[in-house]
Design a protein around this ligand. Structure first.
Ligand SMILES: Nc1ncnc2c1ncn2[C@@H]1O[C@H](COP(=O)(O)OP(=O)(O)OP(=O)(O)O)[C@@H](O)[C@H]1O
Length: 610
């Protein structure tokens, strides 16, 4: 970089940035080692058992209700067989009527018991699903930020939304259905043995084909479903990165590349879906064949035996009906294998969040002095982006960090904020490594505001109260300080629900909301990294000045991508190629005629020609 500002350091016409040697930061694909882990089947089983353990009473009650319902259901073929044989044995009409009345009563009782059982099991499902969701979110919130970013927010989002929903669906609907089906199956088999143990052996004809088919399916399905979930995550990740990094994509003309990546990942996901369909299209018809085998076995075997007088016709009819009814619960169990596989894969991913090693953060800083000393840092093992960088912001000063794009300014912000530890050297706050400071204390004292802000689908008041529980006047004052005049025009004032379709905030408004949160939180150290980039050029200066006034006495470090922001700072540090190459006031640096002076000249020239 020279004083004249070579072409590479002219501000970009569209973004106002000072270009440099930045590499493409929109992640193209995540390496295996950066993916969030997945739990082993053994760990998934343990988690499932733990879930049942919380609801032993409810589970036992639901099982009892399903048992009674299955008993009432099995009474139908048993009694019908007795009636058939009873007619042959000369039962009276009154006796037959009585048995038929009991039979109808059983049908009614079965319907009621199933309904009540479902209600109880839904209650279990709801509470367990809430437990899974809360656990996943709790774990996600404790994850080290650097890990989330390297793994991709899309992956974590899919795990805490789609995967949790798949597990919740299983717990609420499919799980209880399968338990009910297993109980029904056992009751049907017991009933068949009560009617005639030899005929009941015919039911076993279903077992060999069923065992073969399900063994093959279960083996193939786990990998297929895991692959589908992973492909879905990668796709979500790439789409999230493309949309949240839209400005970078546009600035680096990466639209075609990102579009192609999206298509490639969508095709990969489509291929995994086709594998699932192909698997199921072989699995399901084989099941139908398997169900028919015990019906034929009992009907033909029992029929021949009845002809020779070895067994009564009623017993054969009842056993055949029971064999036929096996298809119902078996079908529900086998069909749900797909969902079990899918939810099992989902639970493995949800539980995997808990396998990420948490950071050891015992540090308790004394004071708020920031110091970066001889810091080396790189995002991968191969090359450093910061090279022995040293910087000592003074307590209570407003320091602007400037430099060409890709120089390492945002990386400096991340190290101060304790998101990443340095590879060597030290990055400390109050004498303690910032990446080791206890999270609660770090969050209270240090806030990093970037361009990414989340507006929660809630009232404006709730969105602000996240930062600090203050009265309405304080909330309004914070909005006023960051120039959010629009807030006074909202139809329901602070009660207006924002973040959803009802009242969508513009990116600039969302940014002001984030800044108002900072004012309310009033931390000791504020790091603003492109925090005003979404505002229009005139508003940037005003907002930065208002923010500085609101945060007076606090240490404010502004990563200034536009030099007019740096001008108002107490001191400026110029970062180039991962090193601090100059520090001083705006006037001092311009007079010195060094790197900053060159940047300033190029900046002014660029603005005039724009
Ligand atoms: N998450 C990341 N993973 C890999 N490399 C990264 C990541 N973030 C930044 N880099 C790389 O590190 C170097 C320094 O980036 P950094 O964002 O700190 O620069 P900067 O000066 O803030 O740039 P800009 O002004 O464009 O924001 C660049 O080469 C960049 O491509």
């Amino acid at each position: 970089m020279d004083r004249s500002g070579r072409p590479g350091h002219q501000p970009d016409r569209r973004t106002g940035r000072i270009p440099g040697r930045r590499e493409n930061r929109v992640v193209v694909s995540r390496s295996e080692s950066h993916r969030l882990p997945t739990s082993e089947p053994r760990e998934v089983r343990r988690a499932a058992i733990e879930l049942f353990g919380h609801e032993k009473g409810t589970v036992a009650l639901a099982c009892l209700l399903y048992l009674a319902a299955a008993g009432a259901g099995a009474a139908l073929p048993v009694m019908l067989g007795r009636v058939i044989d009873g007619i042959g044995d000369g039962w009276s009409a009154g006796r037959i009527d009585l048995v038929c009345a009991v039979l109808f009563g059983c049908i009614g009782a079965q319907m009621i018991l199933v309904r009540v059982g479902r209600r109880v099991s839904h209650r279990f499902g709801d509470r367990s699903a809430a437990r899974v969701r809360e656990r996943a979110l709790g774990r996600a919130l404790r994850l080290p930020l650097g890990t989330i970013e390297r793994a991709g927010t899309g992956d974590l989002t899919t795990r805490t939304t789609g995967d949790v929903a798949a597990v919740a669906g299983l717990l609420r609907y499919t799980g209880p259905e399968v338990v009910a089906a297993i109980i029904e199956l056992i009751v049907l088999i017991v009933a068949a043995f009560v009617i005639d143990p030899l005929l009941a052996l015919g039911l076993a004809a279903v077992l060999p084909p069923l065992a073969l088919v399900s063994r093959w399916y279960l083996r193939a399905a786990r990998q297929t479903f895991l692959a589908e979930r992973a492909a879905m995550s990668e796709l979500a990740d790439a789409l999230t990165a493309s949309s949240s990094g839209a400005r970078t994509v546009a600035a680096h003309h990466l639209q075609a590349e990102r579009g192609e990546l999206g298509h490639r990942l969508a095709r990969a996901h489509y291929r995994t879906l086709r594998r699932i369909i192909s698997l199921q299209s072989r699995f399901l018809p084989s099941l139908d064949l398997a169900y028919l085998l015990p019906v034929f076995a009992v009907l033909i075997g029992g029929g021949l035996w009845a002809l020779s007088g070895g067994v009564k016709v009623g017993a054969v009819v009842a056993s055949t009906m029971l064999a036929y009814r096996l298809a119902g619960p078996l079908d529900r169990i086998m069909y749900s294998l797909t969902e079990f596989q899918s939810a099992g894969a989902a639970l493995a991913r949800v539980e995997g969040i808990g396998k990420v090693p948490l950071e050891d953060r015992p540090g308790r800083p004394i004071g708020t002095a920031i110091e970066l000393a001889d810091v080396r840092f790189g995002y991968d093992d191969h090359h450093d982006v910061l090279h022995a960088l040293s910087l000592r912001p003074r307590v209570g000063e407003h320091l602007a960090v400037v430099g060409p794009s890709g120089a390492g300014k945002s990386t400096v912000a991340r190290l101060i904020a304790g998101i990443e530890p340095p590879r060597s050297g030290t990055a400390t706050i109050g004498g303690v490594g910032s990446a080791t400071i206890e999270l609660e204390s770090l969050r209270r004292n240090v806030i990093l505001v970037t361009q990414e802000h989340h507006v929660f689908h809630a009232s404006l008041r709730d969105n602000l109260a996240l930062a600090a529980d203050r009265d309405d006047d304080a909330l309004r004052e914070a909005l006023h300080r960051v120039g959010a005049a629009w807030a006074t025009d909202l139809p329901d004032g602070l009660d207006t629900v924002v973040g959803g379709d009802a009242h969508r905030l513009t990116p600039a408004q969302a940014q002001q909301l984030a800044l108002a949160r900072v004012v309310l939180a009033d931390p000791e150290i504020v790091i603003l990294d492109e925090a005003t980039a979404g505002l229009d050029a005139d508003a940037v200066g005003e907002t930065e000045a208002a923010l500085s006034a609101a945060l007076s006495g606090r240490t404010v470090i502004t990563i200034a991508h536009q030099l007019q922001v740096a001008r108002g700072a107490d001191r400026i540090a110029v970062v180039d190629n991962g090193r601090v190459v100059e520090t001083g006031t705006h006037t001092g640096l311009v007079h010195r005629g060094g790197v900053y002076a060159g940047l300033w000249e190029a900046w002014n020239r660029g603005r005039q020609s724009n």
